[in-house]
Design a protein around this ligand. Structure first.
Ligand SMILES: [Ca+2]
Ligand SMILES: [Ca+2]
Ligand SMILES: [Ca+2]
Length: 681
């Protein structure tokens, strides 16, 4: 039931303003507020009905005819409430009359429609002094306000002059309003401040999207506030420098043309864009072509060479290039860009890795290398047996590789090769790692006869930032632990190693293991058979498992590890294998160089590098998140290959891993997925 106010026909008769009669013994009063034609009673919170007018609920406005509306309450007002209503109505220019009825006495329970209809107003008052709107701000101008320091942040600047007529009110600020179509307006900046006559805006605007803007002055008179009429509207289209184009293939040979995806108007910065594609060989520019389309033709490429390509977009406000790869050996590193590669060149659009992410390489140690030194952090030497460490003692703080040569074989520099696969620098020398921006922590566990699992357990703990007795704490704990280590006869995972990888995994430090090179079930290869790790087998350039690689249910994923039998199908300089940092010393460390190796030892660090990229983009994630991201984004094996046939058994419903794991790791897709991945729990 609605009880309370009654309104008569608007009455122009005049009377002086009178407060509610507080002398009256009446428990409640009527306040009848009549609004001028075309105006709706609106509570201070902007609602036409609701709870926010002097603490009393509003009922639907009452229609008086002739366009007049009356304020209507859901209950009768107490004196105090009526006074608050009157205060709230002061200076409201929309009001025609306010009528008070101190004789009105009823309660919600007793009032009846007929009783209310018979009550006549005791007083008719004029509206309070009205706040007349100020005139509109003038001389409004809007410009696209380009900032060379933030060339892809849209920015506009709006300026104006103060209203010429204020009608006794004072200005306390300006409101900027925006509209996409010039019809529906909304507030963009609620109050620029009273002395402003210009404002720069970066939020709520979109590149290349035209919108209208206008300004209102905000005025105050007594307790009453109002906005002026709006200024004339101006239209602005924010324009910026272009986004980097998305080059489809980073390495081309003769007869292939560079191509990139069509850029939207927003990606072009709202302007016309031209593209320049540049082909380089060993870091030297060989050819270039320019176009406003999505592809152009090189004419100088020669047969049998692989050229690294970059494309640059330019508009009137600036330029942006696709990922630049200055490393001259990149074209030999097919594991980074070819059809069945991890597509690192696509991932680098998101990140090349952050130096805060450390990948521990538990291996034979490290040798000095100009393409690697700057990406190393201090590691440790956990080889306890001095007979095999070649440094004359047990555990020590120097993880230098002392060489693992035997009478028959030269030193392998295995740890240096693995480290370069992860994080060789992106510069003008040599090749490049999967994550050239991250750090490698060399931790020595393999001597001349391999290593001891007790040393490996200590090294995993230390790498993960877990206290190891007798050793200073790791100052830069890892997020990824690469274990390119395996047994060549079936060996089960001992409880100690099992517990160590679990402890690492659970604290967001992800062990990545090589599945082994013995052409047997990966479940028999330690430590890849410890749980949980990301256990990786090796594929060659054609997207099938390498002939040496372990397989079976123990494999999580595949990644390129090289296949020398496919040398003829591989880019020059690779012989089907993985190009990475190396050393020429036959026994002890000699001159740094680059070398070719194949194995699941090469496949694991490829994945460790991808995991490091994911942690660079999303340091908030944990090992299980990373595993999910990799699983959701794997690339396919070559159609019809052994791996493809077994992988087809794999699904979320039947998560029994195939012989080569769920697929070939795809860094480009993984990073794209990771940027929008929602962490569970
Ligand atoms: Ca030592
Ligand atoms: Ca040492
Ligand atoms: Ca390099």
């Amino acid at each position: 039931m609605i009880v309370g106010l009654f309104a008569g026909v608007p009455n122009a008769a005049s009377a002086s303003v009178r407060p509610v009669n507080t002398e009256s013994s009446a428990k409640s009063v009527g306040v009848i507020v009549t609004y001028k034609p075309g105006y709706e009673p609106i509570a201070p919170n902007g609602e036409t009905t609701g709870e926010n007018f002097a603490g009393v609920a509003l009922a639907e406005p009452r229609d008086l005819g002739m366009g007049y509306k009356a304020l209507n309450f859901e209950t009768a007002l107490t004196h105090a409430q009526a006074q608050r209503v009157l205060l709230g109505l002061q200076h409201d220019p929309r009001i025609e009359t306010v009528q008070l009825d101190a004789q009105l006495q009823f309660s919600a329970a007793s009032a009846s429609a007929s009783a209310r209809a018979s009550i006549s107003p005791s007083s008719i008052v004029r509206p309070f002094e009205a706040l007349k709107p100020a005139s509109a701000p003038t001389m409004v101008k809007g410009i696209n306000y380009f900032d060379a320091k933030a060339p892809r942040t849209p920015r506009i600047r709006i300026s104006w002059k103060a209203p010429t007529t204020l009608n006794k009110a004072k200005i306390f600020g300006y409101r900027i309003e925006t509209s996409a179509d010039g019809k529906a307006w909304k507030s963009l900046v609620a109050n620029t401040g009273k002395t402003s006559t210009a404002v720069s805006i970066t939020s709520g605007i979109s590149i290349a999207q035209s919108a209208f803007y206008r300004v209102r002055a905000l005025t105050v008179l007594g307790a009453s506030k109002a906005a002026s009429a709006p200024s004339v509207a101006v239209s602005i289209t924010p324009k910026v420098a272009p986004q980097p184009p998305n080059l489809e293939k980073t390495v081309l040979t003769k007869g292939q043309a560079p191509a990139w995806g069509e850029q939207s108007l927003a990606e072009r910065g709202g302007l016309a864009v031209s593209y320049e594609a540049i082909a380089t060989l060993d870091g030297e520019e060989v050819d270039s072509c320019t176009t406003s389309a999505k592809t152009c033709q090189f004419t100088k490429l020669q047969r049998d060479y692989h050229y690294v390509v970059q494309v640059i977009a330019r508009n009137a406000l600036g330029q942006a290039g696709s990922v630049r790869i200055p490393d001259p050996y990149f074209s030999s590193q097919w594991h980074l860009y070819s059809q069945y590669s991890i597509h690192a060149d696509q991932a680098w659009r998101f990140t090349k890795g952050k130096p805060s992410v450390v990948v521990a390489v538990l291996d034979g140690g490290i040798s000095a290398h100009p393409d690697l030194n700057a990406n190393l952090v201090d590691g440790y030497d956990f080889i306890s047996d001095a007979a095999f460490s070649r440094d004359g003692d047990g555990w020590d703080s120097n993880p230098q590789d002392e060489g693992d040569f035997t009478n028959d074989e030269a030193s392998s520099w295995h740890g240096t090769h693995v480290a370069g696969i992860i994080a060789a620098r992106s510069n003008s020398i040599g090749g490049v790692g999967v994550a050239p921006g991250v750090k490698v922590q060399p931790i020595r566990v393999l001597g001349t006869n391999g290593g001891a699992s007790s040393d490996l357990i200590a090294a995993i703990h230390w790498a993960a930032g877990i206290k190891v007795g007798g050793v200073p704490n790791n100052p830069t704990p890892a997020r990824v632990i690469n274990l390119s280590i395996g047994t060549d006869t079936p060996t089960s995972c001992d409880a100690g190693t099992q517990a160590a990888v679990r402890a690492a995994w659970d604290r967001g430090v992800t062990p990545v293991t090589a599945a082994g090179n013995s052409t047997f079930e990966a479940a028999g290869s330690y430590p890849g058979n410890c749980y949980p790790t990301i256990n990786v087998t090796a594929t060659g350039i054609t997207g099938n498992i390498a002939p040496y690689a372990n397989f079976g249910d123990g494999v999580d994923f595949s990644a390129p590890g090289g296949d020398a039998e496919l040398a003829a199908q591989s880019p020059d300089g690779s012989e089907g294998m993985i190009v990475s940092t190396f050393n020429l010393g036959e026994t002890e460390e000699g001159e740094p160089s680059y070398g070719l190796q194949e194995g699941t030892s090469m496949a694991a660090p490829v994945v460790a590098g991808v995991v490091a990229l994911i942690y660079s983009a999303r340091p908030d994630l944990g090992s299980q998140d990373v595993y999910k991201i990799l699983l959701a984004t794997v690339g396919e094996f070559k159609e019809g290959s052994y791996c493809a046939i077994t992988a087809s058994r794999y699904s979320d419903e039947d998560p029994s891993p195939s012989h080569c794991g769920a697929g070939i790791i795809d860094a480009g897709r993984a990073l794209l997925y990771a940027t929008s991945y929602k962490k569970s729990g």
